[in-house]
Design a protein around this ligand. Structure first.
Ligand SMILES: Nc1ncnc2c1ncn2[C@@H]1O[C@H](COP(=O)(O)OP(=O)(O)OP(=O)(O)O)[C@@H](O)[C@H]1O
Ligand SMILES: [Mg+2]
Length: 240
């Protein structure tokens, strides 16, 4: 079964959405729309398809995040009231304090997330960003294990999840640490390609196990409705 992201152009690229229970890495440079796109996936899930969502973030405070998302027509206070949207995190609230605790470990974090998922019958999860997991890991090996543990746990609970990873400006990297893409089932990449005096946004489905999908880099835009993907428009680039 496939789950619509609710972003029309992206669902077209994915030939009907994301296979249920799969883990997707969403990577891109700063300001490319990673948080917005993944929040649209949760918001549409909650408000259009009746599927409860969980957003886990280390980076932003709840107030700022809700204000930013309201710019795109997403009322997260309202979504929260329906019981189909939950946010965990923010630098002060909870998570950061939790991460600083000596006994914080990937295992504990995974168990705490599992509890919320079961209690709220969560179907869609976003982790913004994978830094969250890497903070609890000493080296690459642990990082890979941490990502595998949490993604397997979410899959076995039937959740479809987005893991966000920030890439370097202008690079063709798929992820920050160069390991994330191997752990997940799918990779969606956002690019901002500089051409003269502007950055041209492009989105591509780099890998998606278990389904056919569009392989080209398509044009997208961030508008007051959030990320909009134009599945017919190719981005011509000369990046290496
Ligand atoms: N109302 C709006 N209309 C069009 N574009 C907007 C609007 N509001 C914000 N933006 C754009 O959206 C961008 C923010 O997108 P978002 O936060 O989802 O990106 P991100 O990839 O998560 O960034 P970061 O790496 O900083 O977390 C802003 O930098 C701005 O360019
Ligand atoms: Mg972000």
């Amino acid at each position: 079964m496939k789950m619509f992201t609710g972003i029309g152009g992206l669902d077209k690229m994915l030939k009907g959405g994301i296979v249920q229970g799969r883990n997707i890495l969403l990577s891109g440079p700063c300001g490319s729309g990673k948080s917005t796109l993944s929040m649209q996936f949760l918001y549409n899930g909650a408000m259009k398809y009746g599927e409860p969502g969980l957003y886990i973030t280390l980076e932003e405070t709840k107030e700022k995040f809700y204000a930013d998302m309201s710019e795109f027509g997403m009322d997260l206070h309202e979504a929260e009231k329906t019981g189909r949207f939950t946010l965990i995190g923010g630098p002060i609230a909870g998570l950061r304090g939790y991460m600083d605790r000596v006994d914080a470990s990937i295992k504990n974090l995974t168990e705490e997330i599992e509890e919320v998922v079961k209690e709220k019958k969560i179907k869609r999860v976003v982790i913004d960003s994978v830094n969250l997991l890497t903070m609890l890991s000493k080296d690459e090996d642990e990082r890979r294990k941490a990502l595998a543990m949490i993604s397997n746990s979410l899959s076995s609970l039937g959740c479809t999840s987005f893991f966000i990873s920030e890439t370097k400006e202008g690079s063709m990297d798929l992820s920050r640490y160069g390991i994330e893409e191997f752990v997940v089932d799918g990779v969606i990449v956002l690019y901002l390609v500089r051409q003269r005096n502007k950055f041209i946004p492009g989105i591509t489905v780099r890998k998606m196990r278990g389904t056919n999908h569009d392989k080209e880099i398509r044009y997208y835009q961030i508008t007051n409705k959030g990320v909009e993907v134009y599945p017919q428009e190719t981005v011509f680039t000369n990046i290496r």
